[in-house]
Design a protein around this ligand. Structure first.
Ligand code: NAD
Length: 330
């Protein structure tokens, strides 16, 4: 396939780009190169004849139409987004603009391209979203694909809106879409504003390791390369108009997660005295902080035969070692 990936210079998008090229697909990476992008993330494929890069903003429909016309993709995977919850609280405008208006402009550009080609049934538009659209869980229960949407942050509300637009373009215009909602990702190339890289890099610098509230918030952690694998599977085999929840089956409280990272660092880069865990510092909670997310991955497991291949212990080890070995990147 020739796949156009939006946001392919970001954390997850670049994992998708690297994996798709490795599997023999042609890839066109469309990215505006915001603060969150890094072309180093795709340096390993940059010279591959199957890879092309186009700098464009998904809010620019004219530019998107020209790129689609030039490259003639068989599928679009849409990952470009503003993605950091804390930034969405400080300044929601970019989230509304990119995640909602940008998705609308992209859908319209893709619809024009698809219609012009004679509305091929085999075309796919894969919208990549988050489990945060489902809101917050108590101690029990998991999100299924039928859980009602209940977003609580500007980020998750903007992603929820984009999910609804994609469904509407499928039902109203017949655009062949598939969708996925994934839990928290981690792994190499994670931008150093997110929890896991913040903890690793602060620990190495001897700085406090900030944990919101009492650290009891629970997330379901998925290694980014497993997510990329699931995304390509959903693209190739997912049923039209259907959404798939993708999870790691690795629930951890933030405090447990940070303690695990400290234990790995104690092994890999021991301090002269004490443990990195001595640097743990509780800070005032994020406003509206969702208590718990958990994914029920039954649909993707039973319909597409997918499950994560990396345990959280193995994935965190690989992640810490990657940051230790790639100081130039961070
Ligand atoms: P990221 O912030 O690392 O990367 C986003 C990329 O999109 C960047 O390269 C950025 O330059 C690009 N981008 C932003 N605005 C753009 C615009 N207007 N036009 C073109 N490009 C633009 O994000 P990520 O963590 O890799 O997330 C990718 C997608 O996966 C997002 O849609 C996000 O909602 C979703 N998701 C993320 C997670 C997670 O844990 N990180 C979990 C589930 C779903």
């Amino acid at each position: 396939m020739k796949i156009l990936v939006t946001g392919g210079a970001g954390f997850i998008g670049s994992a998708v780009v690297r994996l798709a090229v490795a599997r023999g697909h042609d890839v066109v990476n469309v990215d505006a190169l915001t603060y969150a992008a890094c072309l180093e993330n795709v340096a390993s494929v940059a010279d591959d004849p199957r890879y092309a890069f186009e700098q464009a903003d998904i809010r620019d429909r004219v530019a998107l139409a020209a790129i689609l016309e030039r490259h003639q993709p068989d599928a679009v995977m849409h990952l470009a987004a503003e993605s950091h919850v804390d930034r969405s609280i400080d300044g929601p405008g970019d989230f509304i603009s990119t995640n909602i208006t940008g998705t609308y402009e992209l859908l319209e550009a893709v619809r024009g391209y698809w219609t012009h080609k004679g509305s091929p049934e085999g075309f796919r538009f894969h919208h990549v979203s988050t489990d945060e659209v489902f809101g917050s869980l108590g101690a029990e229960g998991q999100f299924t694909e039928d859980t009602p949407y209940d977003p609580r942050s500007p980020y998750s509300a903007s992603k929820a809106a984009s999910d609804h637009l994609v469904q509407a373009w499928h039902h109203t215009y017949g655009l062949p879409v598939v969708m996925s909602n994934c839990s928290n990702n981690y792994g190499p190339y994670h931008f150093p504003e997110k929890l896991i890289p913040v903890i690793i890099l602060n620990a190495l610098a001897g700085k406090p390791l900030p944990i919101y509230g009492d650290g009891s918030n629970v997330r379901d952690w998925l290694f980014v390369e497993d997510h990329a694998d699931a995304l390509l599977l959903v693209l190739e085999r997912g049923a039209l108009g259907r959404s798939y929840n993708i999870g790691g089956e690795n629930e951890r409280s933030n405090l447990e997660l940070v303690r695990t990272l400290c234990a790995i660092l104690d092994q890999e880069r021991p301090l002269n005295t004490g443990s990195y865990a001595d640097l743990i510092t509780f800070v005032p909670d994020r406003p509206g902080h969702d208590a718990r997310y958990a994914i029920d991955p039954t649909r993707i497991r039973e319909e597409l035969g997918w499950r994560p291949s990396v345990t959280v212990e193995e994935g965190l080890n690989r992640t810490v070692c990657w940051y230790l070995g790639n100081e130039d990147w961070w």
